[in-house]
Structure formats: structure tokens, C-alpha cells
Design a protein around this ligand. Sequence first.
Ligand code: NAD
Length: 663
Amino acid sequence: MQPVMLTIRDQIAHVVIDNPPVNALNQSVRAGMADAAAQVAGNDDIVGVVLSCAGRTFVSGADIRELGNPLQPYLPDVLAAIAGSPVPWVAALKGTTLGGGLELAMACHGRIADPAGKMGLPEVTLGILPGSGGTVRLPRLVTMELAIAMITGGKPIGAEQAQEAGLIDAVAQGELVEAAEAMVRSLAPGTPLLDRPLRSAEAVDWQAEEQALSRKSRGAAAPFEALAALRDAVRLPADQALAAERERFLRLSVSDEAKALRHIFFAERNAGGSLRTADATPADLLRVGVIGGGTMGAGIAVALLLAGSQVRLIERDGAAAATAQERVADMLAESAKRGVISDTERQDALYRLGAGDNYAVLADCPLVIEAVFEDMAVKREVFARLDAVMPADAILATNTSYLDVDALAEATADPGRVLGLHFFSPAHVMKLLEVVRGRTTSARAMATAGALARHLKKTAVVSGVCDGFIGNRIMNAYRRDCEFMLEEGALPHQIDAAMEGFGFAMGIYKVGDMSGLDIAWAQRKARAALRPANERYARIADRLCEAGRLGRKTGKGWYDYADGKPQIDPEVTRIIEEERAKAGHVRRDFTSSQIMDRILSIMQAEGQAILDEGIAETADDIDVVMVTGYGFPRHKGGPMFMRAAALASHGKTPEGLASAVLE
Ligand code: NAD
């Protein structure tokens, strides 16, 4: 099948790209487009061209697998042929027009979009920038302010905003291709876009723009290169700006950052591999039960409601159910306030929620998710009650963070229908879902987890049963080592600064203070008896808790929050020094890179152990967990990717990392 087709009707050439699923601009599409442009130029009967796509969307970008390995014909040359065509081209945009697709549309002489269409240049999210004129053409159509936001931020805009801003000429009222044809017939030959001045004449404070980017980019380089390319568009003639942009694009497309971002892009797409191949019919998700309406239960309920399910929320008693219902209503109101959902959607979601304390109403739910206190006795009791009221084929899930899913399954008559669904807080926002497969979890339970992840638009990763599953287990391993570093001479703010300098949104001590130090403390106390006497153990965190320093909620934790912001507290330094002396360590200095080397090597060693024990299915899944659930900087690709890349650079073959070395 030809990926690009040209037919002529009433002197209009209809060029249709047909490259499922998203009409990516791969080599054969570029060749087809070059051929179409040549046919149009060589046929005097043609008075205009309508460019459209088969399927559900206009071109949604380049073929990512070709990045870093460009093949002829190159996109800039194809676009130059279209832009220089003797007759006008109009692009008919539907679905999401992204990256090279939007550059293609901008090379046309007119653009019309479906009202639901979205347009964007998300290249920076893959560590590159638009390399086919995007940074030169966009500021000739829209203000520099919007061009900077779209190109350095990578977020798409809707058709209505695109029309107001000047990116497209019209929003189609009726049939899109017919409207495009009407537009191309009425289009007068104007000044070529590249010969036009920039849309906005006012000077840009480039330094201020750079500072704003520094706050957002967490150390990624591509947004700064994108900004520099836009600056070139201001100070260089168009042809030179195009050449400079291409040079930046080619350089970035082989950068470590771009490789890391491509790795995580594919790792996310392939995450939870076995969920997709689960050979069983999933439970229906129209009605779902949620037990416990605290922080997590309410968030899970909101996620389900927003996906269109009915939710039966069960609490301990009527008063607790009323509080839980209010919590859900507040979360929905907050989402509406932030513009994530409309007010009608909020009301509709609330209408589908029922809260109470009677387990009997769960009898018609094919799936129930438990999110009560993290206490085995409480959870076992809940599961025994569920076992009695739920239909025999219903799936029972627990949101436990640490408890043994197999032990919990034993509280039921049919342990095969039990599994873990570990959501992250806030559950209606965070994309990650760890699906915990117990020893006896059935294929149907796994298929249901896969269907639920798709229903909620979450990225699911499968984990076996162990203490903390994939994410919390790795986090606990490096948190423990961070406390050893405190004993040896580092201070909490130095460790946080090293992590933030590496690209984490927040260091581990600020995160700890935010979520509260008491839960981990309770856990340490519960396990104290099991700890081997000769195991190294830092008592610093226990001492903070004993002093009532439980984090932000008590005004003090690893930091002092007297004026709202985390301040270094001499009392914490004193406790650390005392514990250091007791442990017999001589204080030594740590550089940021020494701190990060240690954190990374612990993450990687624990990740490898998780793989060796068969807890994670792939190393890529571990990267997905760390990047989507634990703030690991996306542009570094994840700890296992970094390890494989380091091994590869020493001539060793990384094992178990499918997409480590792309190209
Ligand atoms: P929470 O204390 O905010 O909420 C627990 C809720 O369960 C309370 O509203 C309580 O009234 C209710 N409850 C207790 N016993 C019940 C029973 N027998 N029947 C019905 N309801 C009952 O706790 P949370 O932070 O929402 O955590 C819930 C679970 O999720 C825990 O297992 C926790 O480990 C896990 N988890 C928490 C987080 C997090 O960040 N908070 C993240 C992932 C997983």
C-alpha cells in the first residue's frame, strides 16, 4: 500500500497520507510527499492542494526509531518543496498534529482544523527540538511568547486557541476536507511565510526566559537549545536560522539526553508486558467497590469516577462514610477548579458515587479495591468480610504498600482472585500503578488489572510479592544508605541538594517531611525484633521521631518549617553528630557527585536484585517505576538505563534492558 496518495478532482490535488496508526512521517511517507510535491509542480492543471490524512489523526510526529539515524529524503527538503509550490497547499488537521506533523502543516499555505483538533511541538520531551523549520516558522505565525511556551514546554494547544493565536486560519464548521477544499480555492498567493517578519516585534528578555526555564527543566538541555533556536529566529535571516536549527536538531538527536528520553518513552509504552498478554476475560469495570475512603481510597474513587465507573465506597461507619464522601467531593471540586474537568463532569462523577458502611451493596461489583489502614489484622478482617459478600468470580485487590499479598489472600476461600493494586498518591493524578501478582493470583485477576490500567489511563508495571514491591523497596534501600551517609559526614540538605542538582524534583528528606516520618517509624519498630543484631542500623530518623519531629505536619522534621520553608535546623545537626560519634565514624566531606554515585549504585544494585529474584519483569519496568512514581529525572532515563549505558560505554553488553541502546 502506498503511504501517500494523490488524486485530482476538479483541478484540486488531494494528497492523502495513510500510514497507520498515527501517520508518522517515516522515510516512505517523506518520499511519497516529495513525489507528490513534484507531481503538483509539474502539472499546470492543478490549482491547489488539499493535504489530509487517513485514519483518526493528521501526522502525529516523526518515526521515533529513525531519530539519530536520518534517512533521505530529509523533512526540511520536502517542506521546502511544498512551501515553494506554484499553487497553494492547505493542510486539513484532525486529531493531534504533533512535531514534524505541525512543521508540515506550517509549510503549507493554509491550515484548517477540526474543532477537536490539537496541535503542538513536543520535541523537547524527547530531548530534541523541531528540526524542520518549526522554530523559524512558528514565530512568524504566532507571538514569540506563545512560540516559546509551545516549543520549550512541549504542550499542545486546542484548535480554538490555535485559530485565535494565528497558527491556523480556520476551524472547520462542516466536513473537514470539503472546508479545506473551499479554503484552497479562495487562497490568494501571498508572501511566502519565511519572507514575512516575525509576528511580534517587541523585544524578548531572553535572560529572564532562560531563568524561568532553569526553574522548570530540572537540568534537561533540550529546552535551552529550543530557546536558543528561537533566539536565532529573531536575529538571523530565515535561511540561516533554518540551518542553525537543523544543526542543533542533528546534534541533540544523538545526545545522551535524547537517548534516555527515547528509552523511557518506549519503556512506558511496553510496561507491564504480561498484563497485555493475559489470556483471560477481565472483570467488568462499570461498578467498582472501594473499601476505606482516606487519602488513597478517596483518590482511587475519584480516578474511577473520572473514568466513568460507578463507585461503591465503604467506610467503618456512617460518619466516616460521610467524611469520605466529602473528601471525594473536595478532590473533584479541586480538579474542576484547576480546569481538568468541567463542572458538568464533576456533578456527573459525584452522581455515580455511593458511600456507606454496608458491605452487602458490594454484591454486584465484579472488582473491589481495599485501601484501609496499613495493618494486617484490619485488612484480613476486611478480606474475610469481602469473601462472604462478593460474587464468587469477583476480583479482590489490596492497595497495601508493604504487606504480604499472599498472606492476605489466604484470608479468603479463593486466593486466586486476590492481587495487589498499588496506587500512588494522589491516586487520581499519579500515572503509575504497581500490579502485585501473588503466588496464586489468577490470569483473570491479572487481565482485570490490565483492563483497569487502560480504563484509568495509568502506566501499569507488574511486581512480585516482596517488602515494598519494586518502588518502595528501592526507595527504602537508598534511604537507608542516605542515613549511613549522614552518619559518615553528610547533612540532609546536602543530600537533598545533590538529588535536586541531579534532577529530582525534591530530595529524599524534603519528601520524607512532606509525607510524614511516622509511618516508616512504625514499620521500623514493628520489624525491630527481626533485625539481625549485626546489621548496620542508623538511629537518626528514630531520634527525630522520638523528639516529636514527624515532618511538616508537626512543623519540624529533617528541617524546621517555622516560616513555611524548609530551614536547616541545628538540633537535627546535633542529633546527627551524636549518632555519628556513637557509631564511631570520623566525619568526612561528601561532594554532590559522591552522594549521587552512592544513591545510584544502591538503586541499581537493589534493582538488579529485584530482577534476579523475578520480582520485576524487565529492567525497563524498574525505570518506569522510578521515573513515573518516584521523581527520578525522566531525561536521565532511569537507574537501570544509566547502568546499562555505563556498561555499554565500557564495552560490556547490558543484560535484560530491551531498549537501552537505541538507534
Ligand atoms: P488513611 O488512614 O488516610 O485511610 C484509611 C481509611 O480506611 C480511613 O478513612 C479509615 O476510616 C478506613 N478504614 C479503616 N478500617 C476500615 C474498615 N474495616 N472498613 C472500612 N474502612 C476502614 O490511609 P491511606 O493513606 O489512604 O492508606 C490506605 C492504604 O493505602 C494503606 O494500606 C497504605 O499503605 C496504602 N498506600 C498509601 C499511600 C500513601 O501515600 N498514603 C500510597 C500507596 C498506598
